[in-house]
Design a protein around this ligand. Structure first.
Ligand SMILES: *Cc1c(COP(=O)(O)O)cnc(C)c1O
Length: 417
């Protein structure tokens, strides 16, 4: 029980060491990822993982939970203060479970949900037919306008009037523009629907004050804690006090058993970090970096969906420059050059989700490691050069070396080396 990990399992240590090198040496541009702090990771790998604590602070089904109560209560209080909400449940294991819990709390199977289609930027849990949400609920989907590639609120209002949803979901996993939550509230009110904001991607931006705030307008808000919020993997549900009991009962005992107190404690740490002034500066820089990266990619001849970005991510339409190059191939070529992105459908994509005509890029990770505007220009140029020379392995290898050099100026987790 007191042996070091390296003594017990050198094999797994070696695997983690390899990924540390990969995380250090690559430009990680997947917008849903981030580098959690050492503090967050320390408590996540702690003895708090050893306890069962089914229930909620003060009303557990297990004995010996007094310190678990303290940890969970601290996470809840900090989240409430950070977002200015009435009630928070910090137990969902992931964003998908958080959405599932909201549907379980507010809907019956067969009820209608109006949400963004996956192919236009929505999440699987927003009603995709391979997901439980598409199977158990009646889904009406909205997308973006073919011309502007932005959500058209008049169309959303029309769809709401036509389908009379019981719940409307506003939020996305690949939408580079702001959401006007006040307008969404109006649509929800026009049909008496609940309004859920799924801010999994933009929670950090909202906490940092660089994205419009959903709190005054939404009945319920779900978010992951590991994306722009830069905490441990996990999620939470925020809501008005009137839904508190329903939401809590939907998470436990509705869908989950014992909460993961080690990650809940790590969420508490992340919320503390997010309430400090540095975090606002970080989020503002993330958005500034995205704007510079987008502008330079456009200058280099790429088309971005909706013409740019207001947040931390952008969608690049590859067809505008290379008709034959799919998102999947582009992402693989970029990986050869040490640049990690993910393939993503673009609105009205002619290719399938496994191939796609786009890639999705984001700035949260490279901003966490300290990169600023001048580096964004370099990153855009690396991407351009790698795609231009995608058939030339030697050039891609050479770019990989230059990427590694740039990354070496922005070290991560030095204490781990
Ligand atoms: C990432 C994401 C989720 C789900 O998060 P998981 O933790 O991967 O289950 C839900 N909704 C949106 C909009 C997301 O981007």
């Amino acid at each position: 029980m007191n042996k070091l990990l390296g003594e017990v399992d050198p094999q797994i240590v070696a695997i983690a060491a390899k990924d540390l090198t990969r995380q250090q040496d690559s430009l990680m541009l997947i917008p849903s990822e981030n580098y959690a702090s050492r503090a967050v990771m320390e408590i996540q790998g702690s003895i708090l993982a050893n306890k069962y604590a089914e229930g909620y602070p003060g009303e557990r089904y297990y004995n010996g939970c007094q310190f678990m109560d303290e940890a969970e209560s601290l996470a809840i209080e900090r989240a409430k203060a950070l977002f200015g909400v009435e009630h928070v449940n910090v137990q969902p294991h992931a964003g998908s479970q958080a959405n599932m819990a909201v549907y379980h709390a507010l809907l019956e199977p067969g009820d209608t949900i109006l949400a963004m289609s996956l192919s236009h930027g929505g999440h699987l849990t927003h009603g995709d037919n391979v997901n439980f949400s598409g199977r158990y609920y009646n889904i009406a989907a909205y997308g973006v306008d073919a011309e502007t590639e932005r959500i058209d609120m008049e169309v959303v209002a029309r769809l709401a009037a036509e389908h009379r949803p019981k719940l409307i979901v506003v939020g996305a996993t690949a939408y580079p523009r702001h959401f006007d939550f006040a307008a969404w509230r109006q649509v929800a009110d026009s049909v008496g629907a609940y309004l859920l904001a799924d801010i999994a991607h933009i929670a950090g931006l909202i906490a940092g004050g660089v994205h419009p705030d959903p709190v005054p307008y939404c009945d319920v808000i779900t978010t992951t804690t590991h994306k722009t919020l830069r905490g441990p993997r996990g999620a939470m549900i925020m809501c008005k006090a009137e839904y508190a009991d329903k939401i809590d009962r939907a998470v436990f005992p509705g869908l989950q058993g014992g909460p993961f107190l080690h990650t809940i404690a790590a969420r508490a740490v992340a919320f503390k970090e997010a309430s400090e002034p540095d975090f606002k500066i970080y989020q503002a820089q993330t958005v500034k970096n995205a704007k510079v990266l987008a502008a330079r990619l456009i200058e280099n001849g790429f088309r971005l969906v909706s013409g740019g970005t207001d947040n931390h991510l952008m969608l690049m339409d590859l067809t505008s420059k290379y008709e034959k190059l799919s998102g999947r191939q582009a992402a693989d070529h970029l990986e050869d050059a040490g640049i990690i992105v993910n393939k993503n459908t673009i609105p009205f994509d002619k290719r399938k989700p496994r191939t796609t005509s786009g890639i999705r890029l984001g700035t949260p990770m490279i901003t966490t490691r300290g990169m600023k505007e001048p580096e964004m220009v370099l990153v855009a140029n690396f991407i351009t050069e790698a795609l231009e020379n995608r058939q030339k392995s030697a050039i891609k290898r050479q770019i990989r070396e230059r990427v590694k050099d740039l990354c070496s100026q922005f070290p991560i987790y030095e204490y781990l080396k």
